[in-house]
Design a binder for this molecule. Sequence first.
Ligand SMILES: [Fe+2]
Ligand SMILES: [Fe+2]
Length: 168
Amino acid sequence: MLSPKMEKALNDQVNAEMFSAYLYLAMVAYFQDKNLPGFANWMTVQNQEETFHAMKFFNYISERGGRVTLDAIDKPQFEWASPLDAMEAAHNHEAYISARINDLVNLAIEEKDHASNSFLRWFVDEQVEEEDNVNTVVQKLRLLGKDGGGLFMLDRDLATRVFTPPAA
Ligand SMILES: [Fe+2]
Ligand SMILES: [Fe+2]
């Protein structure tokens, strides 16, 4: 059984992952509006990943005999100053999520909940990848600066990303 504290924290994380999905969906709309379909595609995949994360927490709570409680999802920001600004916001958001995952691991250890600790390890590794993925795009955008041709090429590159549900 999950402790009430752990159950609450895991439910909060379902909400945080759903918010992530919602934030990236707002970025899909932003990039579509800026005529950057590749960036929009990249963010669509990001949105799908976050929904997958939310469901992973959802199913785990249920598996452990807990009760999933769904909360309201905050309204995300939906306007950014530039593609770089949006990507930097995504990068900051992933760092925030990584900190949340670390807090969850700390709680699992405190609660002597080894099953949750083991479950969360997947997310610890996933966040390293998540931060790196976004950072790669941020770095490329910084290199481009105001080079419109480069932005067009990067957009074409980001159009190729596809969602593959991680084996877990
Ligand atoms: Fe996530
Ligand atoms: Fe993420």
